[in-house]
Design a protein around this ligand. Structure first.
Ligand code: SF4
Length: 470
């Protein structure tokens, strides 16, 4: 099954999670279900929902897509007007014990937690907590937070939380639920997104605003970096746990992870990508007939590029959305042509054409190589690859599954080398400066391109370098 998964899953890079919370809205579990479904692109390995009714928390979680884990019966068992939910991707710790949300039973009252991101000092915090008697059941950072805040959740709750969040270093967005409150928290660097919406007199929080549209919620504002938002019967209360505040939002959220219909920190994701395509086209004097984008995340960037060049944008690649994880293992012959099961070239569009193929990123290089080859087999005269991000040269330690240099083709080769390796006629990347321009931003996390990590990374770089053979 694992091979099957790798075979059909063409994405070279994964986000690790999406979080959602709802407060004071009838049928909260159904709202969470629809919201998680719209966040499914952030994680397809597992999901879960915790609902609260009369102070009692109920949890349902499992491996699989939202539509596989939940059905009418399970949703009916989740009663109440408060819920938090989670979708998860992970390349580590795949047991059910790692599936979120986590539900903690405590003498001061149940509480549940889920998060998106990665705590870079988790090893140190685990040691610290274990020395003080904590026992861990999972590899998850959410459990670390649970142990840090369980101390006395009742009396000095917000002070305990402030102290805890000041101990966590890294990128995170947390949704936390007690018997009568919903909390939304973002790291002080602002790396992971989290937004607040209003729905039927209640509130929702979500990793992405695309969930608001689906459930009919109205966007209120983003949770600020270093902020704890407390949602209760008194409305929204705001607490700062840190005076250090930056907006180093993960650039890959705009480039690749987020849905084009989401707005993050006042910038629509489609608009960002389209703008980056326009910037990519400036001074790019390649002679072409058509522009195509690799579906789905590169289409906006390709449209921007085509518009700026005055060249037609065409659908030269089609994605088969129905290749699921349960698809039977095909024959060896088909496996070798595997990428076609998920993506195929439109022969009549690309045949005889000089093409610019826009993709969002090149991480390992294997997918780009397959697609260029596929286009040439379909008759393309030339394939010029244009990438809507800079060269991906450095590992991410903030919840994206690239943690070694070995995996990254641009850490091993220069642009000419990568171009040759993927079989393209030419290759050009967006500059890091253009990322800021595309989003009209002064701050962004661009560490995987520039090696400028916004946080201390606690020796992670040395670990990532350990197996470096170049
Ligand atoms: S290193 Fe790259 S992928 Fe990781 S948070 Fe920063 S921009 Fe995003």
């Amino acid at each position: 099954m694992e091979n099957n998964k790798n075979y059909f899953d063409m994405a070279e890079i994964h986000e690790e999670c999406g979080v959602f919370g709802v407060y004071n809205v009838d049928n909260a579990s159904e709202i969470a279900y629809y919201a998680l479904h719209s966040l499914q692109h952030r994680g397809q390995e597992a999901c879960g929902i915790v609902c609260v009714e009369d102070g009692e928390s109920t949890l349902v979680k499992g491996h699989g897509l939202v539509t596989e884990v939940f059905n009418e019966k399970t949703l009916k068992s989740l009663k109440g007007n408060m819920a938090i939910g989670h979708v998860r991707y992970s390349n580590l710790g795949n047991g059910i014990e790692n599936v979120q949300p986590f539900l903690f039973r405590h003498h001061s009252g149940d509480f549940s937690i889920c998060h998106n991101g990665n705590i870079v000092n988790s090893k140190q915090l685990r040691n610290y907590l274990e020395k003080r008697g904590s026992i861990f059941q999972s590899d998850s950072d959410a459990e670390i937070l649970g142990h840090l805040i369980k101390k006395d959740l009742k009396s000095q709750r917000i002070e305990v939380m402030k102290t805890a969040f000041n101990m966590l270093e890294g990128a995170y967005a947390f949704a936390i639920q007690t018997k009568d409150k919903l909390y939304g928290v973002r790291d002080k660097y602002g790396i992971r997104p989290l937004s607040i919406g209003k729905l039927n007199g209640g509130y929702v929080i979500s990793s992405e605003t695309c969930a608001f549209e689906v459930i009919g919620a109205k966007f209120v504002r983003d949770v600020e970096p270093g902020e704890i938002v407390v949602i209760s019967k008194d409305g929204i209360e705001s607490h700062n746990f840190s005076e250090f505040k930056h907006h180093y939002l993960c650039a890959m959220e705009y480039i690749y992870f987020a849905r084009p219909d989401s707005d993050i920190e006042n910038c629509n994701v489609h608009t960002f990508r389209k703008e980056s395509g326009k910037l990519l086209a400036i001074n790019d004097d390649v002679d072409i007939d058509i522009v195509i984008g690799v579906p789905d995340s590169s289409i906006s960037c390709a449209i921007g590029y085509a518009e700026a060049k005055g060249v037609p944008y065409e659908i030269g690649l089609i994605k088969n959305k129905y290749v699921g994880r349960t698809f039977i293992q095909p024959s060896q012959e088909l496996r070798e042509k595997g990428v076609r099961m998920k993506l195929s070239a439109v022969h009549s569009i690309v045949d005889g054409k000089n093409i610019v193929m826009v993709d969002d990123s090149i991480v390992r290089g294997t997918t780009s190589k397959r697609i260029v080859n596929m286009l040439k087999e379909a008759g393309a005269k030339s394939v010029h690859v244009r990438i809507g991000s800079p060269e991906f040269k450095n590992p991410c330690f903030y919840g994206v599954d690239t943690s070694t240099y070995e995996e990254l083709i641009s850490a091993r080769m220069d642009v000419a080398g990568v171009c040759k390796e993927i079989g393209a006629d030419s290759l050009k990347y967006l500059s890091a400066d253009d990322l800021y321009k595309a989003g009209n931003r002064s701050e962004l996390c661009t560490a995987c391109f520039t090696a400028k990590y916004p946080t201390d990374i606690y020796g992670a770089l040395e670990d990532a370098n350990k197996d470096r053979k170049f």
